[in-house]
Write a protein that binds this ligand. Structure first.
Ligand SMILES: [Fe+2]
Length: 298
């Protein structure tokens, strides 16, 4: 992939087999049990409304009072996108199995060395998806149920402007990065089946569309020292830019300069500059297996 921002060990989108489905983690009764006991504070419930022009609006819902089985039914029938965050804390059995799988994938990618892993379990309705965005981390998407189509784009200045990366990393916007329909010509498209894990170059923008089936995936993100330095440098650059500076792009910085900017970012964060401009989202709905789109308004 030409012109990608991070010429790290993952050079292109790659699929690996995994054993999480065979271990039974994606079955209805297992998922219902997990939903019953998962801490409500770690559950995000989103409803996507797609527009004709390819844009979307997002409504955020409350966990509500449904039991696990009914919540699962609402997701299976609606247009919901449910994230169970911090799987490493919320579902340790799944996490342990996933980390074993990650180790195998990591050894197949020479030079890859994760220093921190975290994950979210995504339960998503047949007609839902994730809009164009990037993650400031590496990602392995362990697909466990249903079928989904993943579009991966080059991580260059056209598809991923450095200014936008700064804004997202410094939490100054919830806006996604700019998307244009002609990016599609540059996409690598992968249809994921249960039992397949997908990874892609660090920071590469991507979007996801479910292929008319209820989907379950564990999205594991990881940092390397390279991504940590880069994220810190982007944060420092965001601060400099807000103060009227014109910092050089991080992809023209050598590792010592990135490391120095990462160190600066730790001090800046400690000093509390760049307050997050992302406020708590209001809760507009809660899941309802009988309601339209699997929800009812609050
Ligand atoms: Fe992502």
């Amino acid at each position: 992939m030409d012109g990608t921002r991070y010429t790290g060990p993952i050079r292109e989108a790659q699929v690996f087999p995994h054993g999480l489905v065979a271990a039974g983690f994606a079955e209805d009764d297992r998922l219902a049990q997990v939903l019953d006991r998962y801490p409500a504070a770690l559950i995000d419930i989103n409803l996507y409304d797609y527009q004709d022009d390819g844009g979307h609006t997002l409504r955020t819902g409350a966990r509500g009072a449904l039991n696990g089985a009914d919540l699962l039914k609402a997701i299976q029938q609606g247009r919901l996108w449910v994230n169970l965050r911090d799987v490493q804390d919320g579902w340790p059995e799944l996490w342990a199995a996933a980390m074993d799988e990650f180790s195998a994938i990591q050894s197949a990618l020479p030079g890859l060395k994760a220093v921190r892993n975290a994950g979210q379990l995504i339960l998503s309705s047949p007609k839902s998806g994730a809009p164009y965005h990037f993650d400031n981390a590496g990602v392995v998407l362990f697909h466990m149920r249903g079928r989904k189509r993943v579009f991966v784009y080059p991580g260059d200045e056209t598809h991923l402007p450095e200014r936008s990366m700064e804004q997202v990393i410094a939490l100054q916007t919830t806006e996604e990065i700019p998307y244009r329909p002609d990016f599609e010509a540059d996409a690598t498209v992968i249809d994921l089946e249960p039992g397949q894990a997908l990874t892609w170059p660090l920071y590469a923008p991507h979007r996801v569309r479910n292929l008319d089936q209820f989907c379950v995936s564990l999205s594991m993100d990881f940092q390397t020292w390279g991504s940590r330095f880069r994220n810190g440098a982007l944060f420092t650059n965001a601060v400099l830019r807000e103060r009227g500076g014109r910092p050089r792009p991080t992809d023209r910085m050598a590792r010592p300069e990135l490391a120095a900017r990462w160190a600066a970012s730790l001090a800046l964060k400690k000093a509390g500059v760049m307050k997050s401009r992302i406020h708590d989202l209001t809760r507009d709905f809660e899941p309802d297996a009988e309601g339209a789109d699997g929800v009812r308004a609050l």
